[in-house]
Ligand binder design. Structure first.
Ligand SMILES: Nc1ncnc2c1ncn2[C@@H]1O[C@H](COP(=O)(O)OP(=O)(O)OP(=O)(O)O)[C@@H](O)[C@H]1O
Ligand SMILES: [Mg+2]
Length: 217
């Protein structure tokens, strides 16, 4: 169970969240919806511990997470969270394969060879095999989106955060990514998706609307 309670987040004086609550249970697909600029990416960044918050509490599996404790937070993030960022955050001059296995360099539980093997397996499923050795700067937007998705899965994390993961996908890859999320949830992962894409409502267990500085179910 992932739970954030009474979260207040400001950028300088600008309030983004005020006393917002969020909960997600094992096996759930949860959506964050709401207009552009309302705070969806900010909330995913808070869950990922990339951004801290001004007040409130963050718990994962009954353990309190302290975003300001860098050491705890980066270990937690690396072991627990796969994040598909809105702008992908891939390294342009690295190959697709190098980008996909990058999280394994910071994780003692998976060595490079195991990561490469899993990368090849996932790349095959996501139709990326042919471009594994291409530099990211030379691939298409939809391919980058799939690389970011595969990278988020490489360490098989229990929580997957996805920020607008479908904007660049064609119909076939859209369906495939939905199947992937459903399967991951079925295995007990928590999937949290920030999106404007109403097609994703079909697979959601819970939908939060971000409005009035809160998350409303
Ligand atoms: N680092 C920052 N410093 C100051 N303000 C920021 C920062 N990051 C985001 N903001 C502001 O916070 C608000 C929420 O931004 P956020 O990116 O979370 O919105 P969003 O709901 O993800 O929007 P979109 O649907 O366009 O992706 C916006 O008004 C944005 O300008
Ligand atoms: Mg956003």
């Amino acid at each position: 169970m992932l739970s954030l309670k009474d979260i207040t987040k400001k950028y300088k004086d600008k309030v983004i969240f005020q006393n917002a609550d969020f909960e997600a249970t094992t096996g759930e697909i949860v959506l964050l919806m709401g207009q552009s600029g309302i705070g969806k990416s900010t909330f995913l960044d808070i869950i990922a511990g990339i951004k801290s918050f001004d007040s409130g509490k963050y718990y994962y599996q009954n353990q309190e997470i302290f975003p300001k404790n860098d050491e705890q937070m980066s270990a937690f993030r690396n072991q627990t969270i796969g994040y598909i960022l809105q702008d992908f955050a891939l390294i342009d001059d690295y190959s697709v394969l190098e980008n996909i296995i990058l999280p394994s360099f910071y994780n003692a539980a998976m060595d490079t060879e195991a990561a490469k093997e899993r990368a090849r397996y996932l790349s095959d499923k996501f139709d990326l095999t042919e471009i594994l050795h291409s530099k990211v700067k030379n691939i298409s937007g939809g391919q980058k989106q799939r690389v970011a998705i595969v990278r988020s899965l490489i360490l098989d994390p229990p929580i997957i955060l996805a920020d607008e993961p479908t904007t660049n996908l064609d119909a076939k890859n859209f369906d495939f990514v939905m199947e992937t999320f459903k399967e991951a949830a079925h295995k007990g992962k928590i999937i949290i998706i920030a999106t404007h894409d109403e097609r994703i409502l079909n697979i959601a267990d819970k939908v939060y609307q971000v409005e009035n500085y809160k998350l409303i179910v």
